[in-house]
Design a protein around this ligand. Structure first.
Ligand code: TMP
Length: 207
């Protein structure tokens, strides 16, 4: 049904996701026919929801509210951006997608995965990534990177047990779906990480 290639990039704060995406955006292979987007976000409504989600003013947000806001933003993003761009044959590279909900809201916040699976039936439907790049690095290294650039939002303020639970859920999902996931060692240099990811994306683009 979809002609393009859907790629998501995941990892906890400080794993190296933003650096990889910055480098992919500058890479010659992705100057045309590629859309870079992000979650939560990617449309005006979804970006407005993102502001609510990450704001420190909302430190008392219910976990279920967080989940429903994420899926409301995802509905906008998928229907208005991801599906049309894939139908037009583009490579869509999203900074986070639904695995982040399993990692943060189920892993980190302990919500029931069955609720997420039901939401996926309604919202994600068949629009799942062909490739998910999971950048993994030791939690303390990631947190040191976050603290050195300065905590920026409500999620950055979480403690190391929270991020351990998030990373562990990411790993469980990757282990269960090795055909979709590429796990990348986030302790490698940015150039090494870039090379591995570019080769993988281009190999799938040719299929
Ligand atoms: P970012 O800092 O990677 O841009 O993402 C913003 C935050 O949103 C990040 O800390 C994780 C969180 N998030 C969730 O909790 N659930 C989700 O489904 C998504 C996509 C992001």
């Amino acid at each position: 049904m979809t002609k393009g290639l859907f790629v998501s990039i995941e990892g906890i704060e400080g794993a190296g996701k933003s650096t990889l995406i910055e480098h992919l955006k500058k890479h010659a292979q992705f100057q045309s026919d590629t859309l870079f987007t992000r979650e939560p976000g990617g449309t005006p409504i979804a970006e407005a929801i993102r502001k609510i989600l990450v704001s420190r003013e909302h430190s008392d947000m219910e976990a279920m509210t967080e989940l429903l806001l994420v899926y409301a933003s995802r509905q906008e993003h998928i229907r208005k951006v991801i599906e049309p761009e894939l139908s037009a044959g583009k490579i869509v590279i999203s900074d986070r997608f639904y695995d982040a909900s399993y990692a943060y809201q189920a892993g980190g916040r302990h919500l029931d995965v069955d609720i997420l699976a039901k939401l996926d039936d309604w919202v994600v439907q068949k629009t799942t990534p062909r490739l998910t790049i999971l950048i993994k690095a030791p939690i303390q290294l990631c947190l040191d990177r976050v603290y050195s650039r300065g905590n920026q939002d409500r999620f950055d303020d979480e403690s190391s047990p929270f991020f351990m639970a998030v990373q562990s859920m990411y790993t469980q999902r990757a282990d269960r779906d090795p055909d979709r996931f590429l796990i990348v060692d986030g302790t490698q240099s940015p150039d090494e990480i870039l090379d591995i990811c570019v080769s993988k994306i281009l190999s799938l683009r040719k299929l």
